[in-house]
Write a protein that binds this ligand. Sequence first.
Ligand SMILES: [Fe+2]
Ligand SMILES: [Fe+2]
Length: 191
Amino acid sequence: MTYIPSRQDAEDLFLKYNKSESLYRHAKQVEVTLRYFAKKYGEDEEKWSIIGFLHDLDYEMYPDLHCQKTEEILRENSYPEDYIRAIMAHGYGMRTDVRPESQMEKILYATDELTGLINATCLMRPSKSVLDLSYKSFKKKYKDKKFAAGVDRSIIENGAQMLNMDLEELVNETLAALSEYAEEAQLKGNL
Ligand SMILES: [Fe+2]
Ligand SMILES: [Fe+2]
């Protein structure tokens, strides 16, 4: 029988390889974003959550082998192939040649960098919160190339295109996701 990991299994595995609080925070933000979209599309929320949560599993210990090492670890732990494929696809064009194909893979690809940029934007705000962040204020930071310069905006735009969404729709959906689960995403700030 195929092993189906539980959310707790994923938590245990993540903590085995990660000590960093900022990586945990990022993992949770991507997780809740995928969960939001799974719910919206009537898909498996636990499965999408786990994939979002584990996508950067190897990043702390093996940054130079990012994606490759996660593939290895997940195989060793008997994760199903479609979980592994989805995670590989988030590194498409950078770390892997696995092209995002399913809706879930495209959402992971499109929102990974985007949630990072939203997180950085929230931290700059007096409220430190996503709950009062509008598309308009986010867009100002998005356009400022000096702000969070490490975030490649073209990946976000490619991702939106894959999803047949414009940037505004993708950002608004992601803001809605992070707001719905603001506490878990550590983005409630002081609101
Ligand atoms: Fe990554
Ligand atoms: Fe990531």
